[in-house]
Design a protein around this ligand. Structure first.
Ligand SMILES: Cc1ncc(COP(=O)(O)O)c(C=O)c1O
Length: 383
């Protein structure tokens, strides 16, 4: 049977493929956006699941929008106004898919930063959106380029990750946030703010969501994968009520609703006083791991590599000298280190600037250092 024609054009996720190679115990993986397995709040989840017999109704079919007590908790916690509504999804990745299927017609223009989150490139590609890229620098998108696209084309959505971007770790400063929000209002563009790393700040002051300045034109995606656990597959989309209603319709058709016992368990974890300590613990550990990685990476400057510091998230973007990042990544995997080359984060080859995405949350400081020494050796051989 012929595969759907649009699917034929969507690249398979290099990351999901490399993740299976990286599972080998002999490979040090800096490839996935994986939280540290040894720091997962497993004990809190076990305690939470032991309470589920008090709410047998969660084992029945439920509301598509999500488990009402979890929705209430989230709305209160994130200070969402009465005009806003939320929908619980199977991770924020499903939220992205619901947005695309609810709002994108083939050919609609979606603006994304280059480089961009691969999962979003896939979703909007499958929805046959016309993807326009705006170059990203260390302070976020090129604002002149962004305005010129907004002014000259009928843009439907601007998708971005303003807090600790995947793959680059970039965090937009206040003035960039305000400017992007005002451009979205001026040109009637809906801003899709993907914020899975927002709570993963270990340095500096938290900044307001971009959406706080353009709330009527915004859709916010939050993920519970990074602070809690990715395996539970829970995330949430919030927006004006009128924009959530079509997403509920799509979700009904997709899977009726997200796993209710898991939503109830997650709520119980959030309400456990030890969860606060868990959050602080992982931020501290990630900061330590980040510092170890940076110290090791400083050793690569002689090979023409550089990187910008980050204040949170899970990634460092190692800019390479003029070599083929994909070939370097292949050579590294042969030598037992998995990384993701910049190529996969750009919609077209011409935009690619050679770099590696390095994850620092998953491995111990010793493994991070070992990985960098393997990178150095491979660079010496290739240059
Ligand atoms: C920017 C971005 N958005 C969305 C997701 C998907 O997260 P979730 O596990 O909530 O589906 C990820 C996962 O790494 C991500 O990096």
């Amino acid at each position: 049977m012929e595969i759907n024609r649009h699917l034929q054009n969507v690249k398979p996720s290099y990351i999901r493929e490399i993740l299976s190679a990286a599972k080998s115990p002999d490979v040090i993986s800096l490839a996935g956006g994986l939280p540290a397995t040894d720091l997962m709040p497993v004990e809190l989840f076990m305690q939470a699941m032991a309470t589920l017999d008090r709410t047998p109704e969660v084992f029945q079919y439920g509301e598509t929008q999500g488990y009402a007590p979890l929705l209430e908790f989230v709305e209160k916690n994130y200070h969402l106004s009465n005009e806003m509504a939320s929908i619980v999804c199977n991770g924020s990745q499903q939220g992205l898919d619901l947005i695309a299927r609810a709002f994108i017609n083939p050919g609609d223009i979606v603006v994304m930063e280059a480089p961009s989150y691969l999962g979003a490139l896939q979703v909007f590609g499958l929805a046959q959106a016309n993807i326009e890229s705006v170059q990203q620098y260390e302070n976020g998108p090129d604002l002149e380029e962004l305005e010129s696209i907004f002014a000259s084309k009928s843009v439907k959505l601007f998708y971005a990750v303003p807090d600790f971007h995947n793959p680059t770790g970039v965090c937009w400063p206040l003035e960039v946030r305000q400017k992007v929000a005002s451009l979205c209002l001026q040109y009637d563009v809906t801003f899709v703010e993907d914020a899975p790393y927002r709570d993963m700040r270990f340095n500096g002051e938290a900044l307001p969501l971009v959406s706080s300045w353009c709330v009527d034109r915004a859709i916010i995606l939050r993920s519970f994968s990074k602070l809690a656990a990715p395996g539970v597959r829970l995330g949430i989309v919030s927006s004006r009520h009128a924009l959530i209603v079509p997403m509920i319709k799509v979700k009904q058709a997709a899977d009726l609703h997200t796993n209710l016992p898991m939503q109830a368990a997650l709520l119980n974890v959030f309400q456990n006083s030890e969860f606060q300590m868990h959050k602080e613990r992982i931020r501290t550990r990630y900061q330590e791991r980040y510092q170890s990685l940076c110290e090791a990476l400083n050793d690569l400057s002689e090979q023409g590599c550089s990187f910008d510091t980050v204040e949170g998230g899970m990634f460092v973007w190692l800019k390479l000298p003029d070599i083929n990042a994909m070939s370097l990544a292949s050579r590294l995997i042969e030598n037992g280190v998995a990384v993701v080359p910049s190529d996969v984060f750009y919609p077209s080859e011409e935009m690619n600037r050679p770099a590696l995405r390095l994850n620092f949350s998953h491995c111990s400081p010793e493994k991070l250092k070992k990985a960098v020494s393997v990178i150095k050796q491979a660079l010496l051989e290739m240059i």
